[in-house]
Design a protein around this ligand. Structure first.
Ligand code: MG
Length: 313
């Protein structure tokens, strides 16, 4: 069912959705998800029209046992013209594993704050950036696409407020290192739209074009879509989302985490911003996975589309 397109001036004609569910979503699952289920999920996401699907992480298997099947999953990825399957790599060992498994796009994971770098990456901010330098350089020489995530861009559970200047500085260093795109993460979900507008202005004023910026919002405080609208009004055209709202952040106050891809597509469909995604097929994929995981999707759109009330006047 559709309720019409109501455009807002100044928005981009299309947005690229960077689907993170198989990696960012499933990595938080306590129970092991079989590799074949992950491969089938990815097949369904691509069939629904998603053309960038982050599939796994080549972190040490003892850190994230759920993603210990990165090599086996890589061998099962369906080839489709124009579809990209980025993988997360933490260091050179991870990059070597990823390249051997055939990865053509990678992502590295940095932090805007010293506290998160030390707690999550076990290094100082400078040390963690120094670790990425050879990873990014080697990947680029191999012709591999490189994105960088920056965590805690809008707030940090240990440091509180995060200065825009800190995000601008880390963004600059990652782009200078050779990263093609930087995804600004609201890891604990505390951002509000004016904050998004101000941070993106600071990043732009420092000389970074909006084509090189993506946003990664969490819905912990119910702000993810409002923040997304602020970001695309500021010229951002790549938005991260997780099918069915899979996954959360262990550092946030509630389990509600990633912006659900269905919620994002519903908003963009209504605004007439093209995504290439078939919402019905996508929601069906999320329901299929929710049945396997044994709990309903937290996505409001998946829930609404599943509700019998949708059929009555
Ligand atoms: Mg996330």
């Amino acid at each position: 069912m559709t309720y019409g397109v109501h455009a807002v001036p100044g928005l981009p004609a299309s947005v690229r959705i960077w689907e993170v569910g198989p990696r960012d979503g499933l990595q938080n699952e306590a129970r092991a998800v079989p590799t074949e289920v992950k491969a089938e999920l990815i097949r369904r996401l691509v069939a629904a029209g998603l053309s960038t699907v982050e599939v796994t992480s080549f972190v040490a298997p003892r850190w994230v046992p759920q993603l210990a099947d990165a090599e086996r999953l890589s061998a099962l990825l369906p080839w489709h013209e124009g579809v990209r399957y980025p993988v997360l790599v933490p260091n050179m060992v991870g990059l070597e594993r990823a390249l051997a498994a055939g990865a053509r796009d990678i992502a590295v994971f940095a932090s805007a704050t010293e506290a998160f770098a030390r707690r999550n990456l076990n290094r100082s901010l400078d040390e963690s950036l120094a670790t990425f330098d050879p990873v990014v350089g080697t990947a680029r020489r191999e012709g591999v696409g490189v994105r960088a995530y920056i965590s805690m861009c809008f707030g940090d559970p240990w440091e509180g407020q995060v200065a825009a200047a800190a995000v601008v500085a880390v963004t600059r260093r990652l782009l200078d290192m050779g990263c093609e795109e930087v995804s600004l993460g609201d890891t604990i979900g505390v951002a509000t739209p004016g904050h998004v507008t101000a941070l993106l202005k600071a990043v732009g004023d420092a000389g970074t074009p909006s084509e090189r910026i993506a946003v990664h919002f969490h819905d912990t405080y119910g702000q993810a879509l409002a923040n997304t609208l602020a970001a695309i009004q500021a010229g951002v055209t790549t938005v991260d989302a997780s099918a069915g709202g899979l996954g959360g952040c262990p550092y946030a106050r509630s389990a509600t985490g990633n912006l659900a891809t269905e919620d994002l597509v519903w908003m963009l469909d209504g605004l007439g911003v093209a995504t290439g995604v078939d919402l019905t097929a996508l929601a069906a994929a999320s329901r299929w996975l929710a049945d396997i995981l044994g709990r309903p999707s937290p996505s409001r759109v998946v829930q609404a589309l599943s509700s019998p009330a949708e059929d009555s006047p």
